[in-house]
Structures are given as structure tokens and as C-alpha cells.
Design a protein around this ligand. Sequence first.
Ligand SMILES: [Zn+2]
Length: 109
Amino acid sequence: MSIALSMMELVSENARMNNAKKISRINVVVGNRSGVSADSLRFCFDALKEDTIAGRAELFIEETTATARCAACEADVDVGPYEFACPVCGGPVAAKGGEELSVRSIEIE
Ligand SMILES: [Zn+2]
């Protein structure tokens, strides 16, 4: 909830600086290893946006996935939030990415 709140403060501040009447769309990126689920972010956002400049804004969430190249079998694999083993051969993998959690852009009117 605190993450949704700080996102809301960020976009509201940004909209105010641009003399916006309202925010129509908010684009965010959420990685699968960011510790935040897209569903809970959306839920919190919808609860917070009432009676704000973003009251009618739509939230678009782009979900990114951590990836890795297995050092043992060289497979390129997607890595889930709590996975540290190659799904192909079981070897250890070092995941890259998936940690994004940010507001990419907003659209204002
Ligand atoms: Zn492997």
C-alpha cells in the first residue's frame, strides 16, 4: 500500500507541475522480482485514487520477468521470484532484471 501511495504522490505532483486538470492514464512497470504483485498494486491504486486528480485514471501495468542464461546448459530461461535453479538442468542461475518498479509515464489532460 505504501508503494501505491508514493506512486500516487509522484504522479499527482507531476500532474500539478504540468497544470493538468486530471490524469487519464498511468503507465507503470512491475518486475516479477520487485516484491510487489501487479494485482495488489492495482487494488491499492484503485482504493487510493478516489477523489484525487487521478480519480478517473487508468492504470496500465507492464510486467517484466527476470531472465537468466544457465552457466551449465546455456539455456535462456525466465526466472520466477524465488527460483535460483535452471528449469532445464537444475543448475544454478543468476537472474537479471525483474526488479523494476517504477512509473514509466503518465498522460494528463
Ligand atoms: Zn541449465
